[in-house]
Design a protein around this ligand. Structure first.
Ligand SMILES: C[S@@+](CC[C@H](N)C(=O)[O-])C[C@H]1O[C@@H](n2cnc3c(N)ncnc32)[C@H](O)[C@@H]1O
Length: 458
């Protein structure tokens, strides 16, 4: 008897779970045309006009679009796209999770796992959106002086409050891309298992490096949110803990923020470590963390390049001065971070070395234009270096320029075999050569042997 087709099996499990109420969610990933804008599709079941529907969220590189379909139409849509447009899918039901994935040898397979979530999420369509900086954030926001004793944002801290909120929203989207939490619902439940990172499942499994494997094994084990019941962790993940490092954390606004997001909003077991060169700041943040009983939140006095850190899953660095951002990039790569999220600060390294190519010389004689070009090159080289190191990068403005001029953000999600794409390396070499840049802090990444030193270690 011939083996049943994996795509057809997944569709059958999808239809059955929708019919018997055990459906939790579906994620389609690894688009066949990765250059296309559509990155992932998430589906959840919602009740509309008293009828169950599939609500699809189409995640594009810059936006989300939601479309609701009746169950037959939704199932048909999945049937038409599974394996054709998307090489990977994770169907979660309260009985079993089903992982559909492309094989390197061609074809597909479907593998069953223990269910990560054993209670179906609520089906109400418009659940009230939970604000990230809700009342449960008041203790640390007050401790950091962002809000007053009544919970009101202090006038002079309005931009900071907005920045923290925006940053955490962006981080939430990227956490989805990394498979760190479930989209939709209350956002209270952790993502448990192998939703393979874009384009990586097979290639990363083939890597010998423990850290590459950790892209799968260090997925967070969730603590059940209150009242959620169930056992969210797959057996092999039990005991694992998600680890995020905040480099140059200053007073710790974002360190507290990210900790709050994982621990208090998503109820995911995570450890968040802030690294700060000024011991007075590290000490006062650590004191506040102790006062509010922030378990899993730590602050280490020290420099980004020398602080002793374990392997990490995510690295953030907001406005780390000058080359501190580059040190953060090197640490993130070396420590095997799946996600690196940066907002660069001042740029001093390249401007003194930068040549004025003839075609640009008449413009670059203006100091402000030279300064902006130096910033452009510095951040461009950072993004290219991350690409070379196997990350998929995006660059965008994260808050409006009227709140801060330092509003560029670079996000990088590890998704390819590092240090293998000749074209990624060529782009760096060509850009440096065009502006006659002799020395750059990320240069060690270009050196063949040094690449090994900057490859992730366990
Ligand atoms: C502009 S502040 C940003 C603080 C914080 N990330 C935020 O956005 O609120 C930059 C911080 O990075 C710290 N810093 C700069 N270079 C560093 C390094 N090499 N290692 C550790 N901390 C550093 C500074 O002391 C300062 O507190």
């Amino acid at each position: 008897m011939s083996k049943p087709d994996p795509a057809r099996q997944l569709i059958e499990h999808l239809a059955t779970s929708l019919a018997d109420g055990t459906f939790v969610r579906l994620i389609l990933s690894r688009p066949v045309r990765p250059k296309g804008e559509l990155v992932k599709v998430f589906a959840r079941c919602v009740q509309l006009k008293r009828q169950p529907h599939l609500s699809f969220t189409f995640r594009y590189s810059t936006k989300d679009i939601t479309k609701n379909m009746s169950l037959p139409a939704g199932i048909e849509w999945v049937r038409n796209h599974l394996g054709r447009e998307f090489r990977s899918a994770l169907l979660s039901t309260t009985q079993r999770d089903w992982q559909f994935s492309a094989l390197e040898s061609g074809g597909y397979r479907i593998v069953a796992h223990q269910p990560a979530i054993t209670q179906a999420p609520p089906r109400d369509h418009d659940q009230p959106r939970k604000s990230i900086l809700d009342e449960s954030a008041h203790d640390w926001l007050q401790g950091l002086g962002v809000i007053d004793a009544t919970g009101k944002v202090r006038d002079r801290m309005a931009d900071k409050h907005r920045q923290i909120n925006r940053y955490l929203e962006i981080f939430s989207h990227l956490a989805d891309d990394c498979g760190w939490r479930v989209l939709g619902g209350t956002g209270d439940q952790p993502v448990p298992s192998g939703d393979p990172p874009d384009g990586t499942a097979e290639s990363f499994k083939n890597q010998s490096s423990a850290a590459f494997a950790s892209g799968f094994t260090s997925m967070p084990v969730g603590e059940s949110p209150p009242g959620a019941g169930g056992s969210p962790a797959l057996p092999e993940l039990q005991g694992a803990e998600l680890l995020i490092g905040d480099m140059g954390c200053g007073k710790g606004y974002l360190t507290f923020g990210v900790w709050h997001l994982f621990r208090r909003i998503w109820h995911i077991r995570a450890r968040v470590i802030g690294v700060e060169v000024r011991p007075d700041l590290a000490d006062s943040s650590a004191k506040l963390a102790r006062e509010i009983g922030a378990e899993g939140l730590e602050f280490i006095p020290g420099t980004i390049d020398s602080a002793e850190l374990p392997r990490i899953d995510g690295l953030i660095a907001l406005h780390a001065c000058n080359t501190a951002t580059d040190h953060a990039i090197l640490r993130g790569i070396e420590l095997g971070a799946k996600l690196i999220l940066l907002a660069p600060c001042c740029h001093k390294e390249l401007r003194p070395q930068m040549a004025h190519p003839e075609a640009l010389a008449a413009v670059l004689r203006h100091g402000i234009m030279e300064e902006r070009m130096a910033e452009w090159i510095t951040d461009g080289l950072r993004a290219l270096s991350l690409e070379w190191a196997g990350y998929c990068t995006k660059m965008f403005e994260f808050v409006s320029a009227e709140h801060t001029a330092k509003n560029l953000m670079i996000s990088a999600v590890r998704g390819r075999r590092p240090f293998t794409s000749a074209s990624a390396r060529d782009h760096i070499v060509q850009l440096k050569s065009f502006f006659k840049i002799q020395s750059h802090l990320l240069d060690p990444l270009l050196d063949e042997t040094a690449c090994l030193n900057h490859s992730p270690t366990g």
